[in-house]
Design a protein around this ligand. Structure first.
Ligand SMILES: O=C(O)CCC(=O)C(=O)O
Length: 317
């Protein structure tokens, strides 16, 4: 059994008339030639890279925020293999976790550097056109080591009201190569028949283990049958990579498990598909706007206090 995205709400890049419409808008100067090539590549291949877009200095600044969050135990959450999702202040120090499979969730709640890095003008501009609506950063995941996540597509995991309104964004915070577990992907795989997982939200926390495996096998078989070849994203620090809601991808095993692979993943949806933050119930979000893109914040502003090197929020979380 396979599943179809609702045709009436497909993003611009997935619509039948996209190639002709793109050509027209490029010819009349509404879209630059460079951006047009990127949109066309994304539509056909399901991904596009922006070499050096964030740049090494801003990537370093992001890493500093990540390290500070762990050290000061910022009031955000982390997903840790064997523990699940937990508040950072309740977790032991990183060195005591006994696994490299952990990530910080939603560092943008606490970091202006992260907010600005996710909403770079080139990213927002690309997404606004590709999705045909204002992009909203739904969530982010900061990995210190390679995720080594199995083969998957994102739409059953990261859901908004419109499954197809989803683009993944991968920001390299250090150089990535075969040894530290690069992102892998299958160009063109976003057009494969889609696995029907039966609704609800799939998770990687072990709860849906059997279905996660079935999903991976379905995708590997689909790619093999159509001759799609696996590629890896060997990135330089500061590179950015965007991928389609249905691109088949995952995290390669790290040849050197001690080698870090710092990266920030942001999943974007749109204002129409994702009008409220998943974490705040029906609450109307406070809008953080930057370069035309959005991040949702608690209506109640967060009040942060620092005591003895520890940071605490009194309001808003
Ligand atoms: O960064 C990785 O290794 C994989 C990330 C990923 O697959 C995702 O966030 O959907």
């Amino acid at each position: 059994m396979t599943l179809e995205f609702d045709r009436s709400t497909l993003p611009w890049v997935d619509q039948e008339g996209f190639p002709a419409s793109l050509q027209e808008q490029t010819a009349n100067g509404k879209i630059s030639k460079e951006l047009s090539e990127k949109l066309s590549f994304f539509s056909e291949q399901g991904y596009v890279a922006f070499p050096g877009l964030l740049g090494p200095e801003r990537a370093d600044a992001l890493v500093r925020e990540h390290d500070l969050a762990w050290r000061e135990k910022w009031p955000i959450q982390a997903l840790v293999e064997g523990i699940g999702v937990a508040d950072l202040p309740d977790l032991p120090a990183k060195a005591e976790l006994g696994t490299h499979h952990y990530r910080l969730n939603d560092i943008q709640d606490a970091s202006e550097v992260a907010r600005q890095s996710m909403l770079l003008p080139e990213i927002v501009n690309f997404l606004t056109l590709a999705l045909g609506d204002t992009p909203v950063a739904m969530q982010s995941l900061f990995f210190e080591y390679g995720s080594e996540q199995g083969t998957h597509q994102d739409f059953p995991y990261v859901q908004s009201q419109i499954l197809s309104h989803l683009v993944g964004c991968w920001i390299a915070c250090e150089d990535v190569h075969a040894d530290n577990g690069p992102l892998f992907y299958y160009p063109g795989s976003h057009r494969l028949p889609k696995f029907d997982w039966g609704g609800g939200s799939l998770t990687f926390d072990g709860k849906d283990h059997k279905q996660v495996e079935e999903f991976g096998e379905f995708l590997e078989t689909g790619c093999r049958d159509r001759g799609l070849e696996r590629q890896t994203f060997h990135a330089a620090k500061g590179d950015v990579f965007l991928w389609h809601a249905a691109l088949v991808h995952g995290g390669s095993p790290a040849n050197d498990p001690e080698s870090t692979r710092k990266s920030l993943v942001v999943h974007f949806s749109t204002r129409s598909a994702y009008p409220r933050d998943r974490r705040y119930g029906g609450e109307e979000p406070r809008l953080y706007q930057h370069n035309g893109g959005l991040i949702y914040q608690r209506a109640e502003p967060t009040l942060w206090i620092r005591t003895k090197g520890k940071i605490k929020s009194l309001l808003g979380r």
